[in-house]
Structure formats: structure tokens, C-alpha cells
Ligand binder design. Sequence first.
Ligand code: IPD
Ligand code: CA
Length: 268
Amino acid sequence: MSLELDLRDLARDIALEAGELARTRRAEGVRVAASKSTLADIVTDADREVEALIRSRIAQERPGDGFLGEESDATAGETGVTWVVDPIDGTVNYAQGIPAYAVSIAAVRGGTTFDAWQAIAGVVRAPAFGETFLAAAGEGSAVETMDGSAPLRVSEEWPAGALIGTGFGYDPRTHAGDNATVQRVMPLARDVRRIGAAALDLAYVAAGRLDGFFERGLKPWDIAAGALLVAEAGGSVAELPADDFGRRMTVAGHQHLVDRIAERVTAE
Ligand code: IPD
Ligand code: CA
């Protein structure tokens, strides 16, 4: 088997195990351990425990690889492969008991920023929904459930307007600007969704459930797996220049829609 498929399958196994741990901890009751960048930006004990599990499984199977996760210190590897991991994307949903959260695991080479990496494999597992979205570079992307597997394809037409996902950063100073951006994009939209987990937003774009997605200020672990899902489903992901708060804009969907959203989010 190719390296791409090997790493995808390893990421899938680890994401399934990590997702079950997250689900178990959720059922037992969640404790917020700390706030990070702002009061709204929380980390739970489960985020840390799930990341530690993922990290130890990767280290067992691929000891020389690098690691970049949301909740622990990064390490550079010796193999050229780095794992970019969000143990729980959608932590606020998770803490509030909303089932839209996911484990996101990607393997990349070449760097740990969107511009620098070439993604090799990516998996987004939504344990509360029983869905696993997975992709390997050059091999397409698919969603797996208990009922089987189906290939992913981004939507190509949106006659009633596009169903567009978005998100807002945790810093209240950025909310007014983000609302203004939504207003500028609205003429393209039939409606908007704020699902609360960027990895799931991107998986849903890959699946054609959302037509497009845009959000400022996402981190590498929010997008590494999801961006590969979109690309392998025939879509495109763009990173646009930063705003005054240093937040770049991620836009995803079919290339035509990405271009149209990009025009509007960059217009002041
Ligand atoms: C967050 C989610 C959310 C997005 C935030 C992210 P986290 O990740 O993806 O949808 O709006 O920008 O930080 O904190 O739940 O891992
Ligand atoms: Ca997270």
C-alpha cells in the first residue's frame, strides 16, 4: 500500500479510538480546565486527555514523525512527516452538550502552515454522529458510517443561492468585523450555518452538504485534515491575507464559489 493510504488508515484507527474516548468523557460530564486566548476560548480535561492518547498512538506507530497539536508542545520529527491534530474541534459545543464536535488528524510534509505543507492524509471523525470523513492525497475522499462508505464531492451548482458555513473567533473585538463580512457575503447565500467546528464545516463542504465556507483566524489544526478532504472532493481552499488582528481568511468550496466569496470578503 502507498504511504498516503497507510497514513490515512492509521489516522482513521487513531481517530476512531480518540473519538470514543471523547464520547465517553462527554457522557461522564465535562470539566472546563482553563481559558486560553480569551475567556470564551476554553480547554476541557477531555481535550488534553484525547490529545495525549492520539500523540502516544502516533509515537508508538511512527516514532520519528513530528507533531503539532492544539493542546501540547510541538515537536519536530526526523522523517519529514508531521501530524497536525485537533483532539476536539468544536470544544464549546462539546462543553455545552451539542454533538457537533470532531477529532481532526492530518499527516503533512513540508511545513506546518497552510502555505508550507503538502497534506498526505486527513481524517475528521464526528463520534456523536458516527461519521468518519477521510482522504489521502491523490486517492479521493470518502465518508464512512456503520452503513458503509461513500465518495465525497463538493457541490457544483447552487440555484437557490449557496448554503454557506462560517464561524466567529473567540475575541469579542473581532465580532463586529465578522458580522460585517457575513453581511457582504449574504447576497450569494440561500442561508448561513454556524456549526461551531471548522473541521466539520470543511468535511461538510467536501460532502456537498454545505456549498461553501469562510472563516477568519483558523489555526493549522482546525483546517489541515478538512482542507485535504475538500481538495480531494474536487474543491478548493484559499487562504487570503490577514486582517488588522492578524487573522487570515480561509475560504472553501467549488473554485467558482471560492472566487465569489473571496471577492466579497476582501471588499471593504
Ligand atoms: C474552534 C472551532 C470553531 C471556530 C473557532 C475554532 P476549537 O476550534 O473550529 O468552529 O469558529 O475559530 O477555534 O477551539 O473548538 O478547537
Ligand atoms: Ca480544539
